[in-house]
Design a protein around this ligand. Structure first.
Ligand SMILES: [Zn+2]
Ligand SMILES: [Zn+2]
Length: 264
């Protein structure tokens, strides 16, 4: 079993030691994991969630496990004006796996700020997907789109209402068209399940992505603490099996396809 989205103290918003995260992965029975630390480059704004190569190297250089294969990646925070930085950061190391995520729109952090005061939740949810679409006009140098329906889990959205295909299907399809054309995969992020019962994005979104020709799907818990490692990954793969026979891991930037029924 895999968990291809997790953070350690290399990320500005996690205090977890890499060793504790690996120990948690071993205890959870995972076979392969990937650290995907935040690189939220915000041109001209204060950057709090970025790492240096020195800190990355120091945290991970002696990390070993007998039981779990450990991969090393990055979660890049896409913005309209930071593709250049993206390319610079990606080139600094041979990452196994790059997630492209949208956390900040303009000067607003989608997770912490009520970034659309005066707008209805539906307007906010649609605006986020429109912003993802815009970013996909600029960015293409990553392997999977991270937590596509991110506002579901925002701290400023305490009800954590899941997105529905009924309301947001048109925008989702435009995004899937771009992803499949560019050969970019879709992440199933299990961090939404505890609060809303659905991963991010919900599984009917993943189904549509597959129907539209999408093949690359990864799964990750987005753990920032050891107790979150591997959360809901087993259960979600069981449900995913109805939609696609395949789940991917990445090594040296290349996807490897695994049959889900060989895993669970
Ligand atoms: Zn993220
Ligand atoms: Zn993350």
């Amino acid at each position: 079993m895999f968990d291809f989205h997790m953070h350690s103290l290399v990320s500005g918003d996690s205090q977890a030691s890499p060793e504790d995260m690996v120990a948690a992965a071993e205890a959870a029975g995972l076979k392969e994991i990937c650290f995907t630390d935040h690189m939220d480059c915000k041109i001209g704004l204060k950057e709090t969630n970025v790492f240096t190569q020195e800190s990355y190297q120091k945290a991970y250089e002696n990390l070993r496990s007998e039981k779990v294969v450990i991969r090393f990646g990055m979660e890049f925070g896409m913005m309209m004006n930071n593709r250049e930085r993206f390319l610079q950061e990606v080139a600094k190391r041979d990452y196994d796996f790059i997630i492209g995520s949208l956390h900040n729109i303009g000067s607003c952090n989608v997770y912490y700020q009520s970034f659309n005061e005066g707008k209805t939740q539906e307007q906010v949810y649609a605006y986020y997907l429109e912003s993802v679409l815009e970013c996909l006009e600029v960015h293409r140098d990553f392997h999977v789109l991270g937590h596509m329906t991110f506002p579901t889990k925002a701290a400023k959205n305490p009800e954590h209402t899941p997105y529905t295909m009924e309301k947001y299907g048109d925008l989702a399809e435009e995004i899937f068209k771009k992803l499949t054309t560019m050969g970019i995969g879709l992440e199933v992020n299990t961090s939404g399940i505890k609060s809303s019962g659905q991963p991010i994005p919900p599984l009917d979104f993943v189904k549509r992505y597959v129907e539209m020709g999408g093949e690359i799907i990864t799964i990750g818990s987005d753990a920032h603490k050891p107790e979150q490692v591997g959360n809901y990954v087993f259960e979600t793969l069981q449900r995913l099996k109805e939609i696609t026979p395949w789940i991917c891991t990445f090594a040296e930037g290349k996807p490897k396809f695994h049959r889900i029924d060989s895993l669970c």
